[in-house]
Design a protein around this ligand. Structure first.
Ligand SMILES: [Zn+2]
Length: 64
């Protein structure tokens, strides 16, 4: 019981940690999202078409 609980907790934490962030609005995004852009060899994910368009217009504004 306790083991299962810990396991689930770890899985959630891990997933939360590896989830990419939408740099435009700061939301966590699922990695299988079709809304993504490649920029300088890195892939960036977005929550919506609007955020992706915004990023594509001026990627350097969002990359630090
Ligand atoms: Zn967004």
């Amino acid at each position: 019981m306790l083991f299962r609980f810990n396991q689930a907790f770890l899985n959630i934490s891990f997933e939360w940690y590896i989830m990419p962030i939408d740099l435009v609005c700061g939301m966590k995004v699922k990695e299988n999202s079709p809304l993504k852009s490649d920029f300088k060899g890195k892939t960036y994910y977005f929550c919506s078409e609007q955020c992706k368009t915004e990023f594509d217009k001026n990627p350097l504004k969002y990359i630090r």
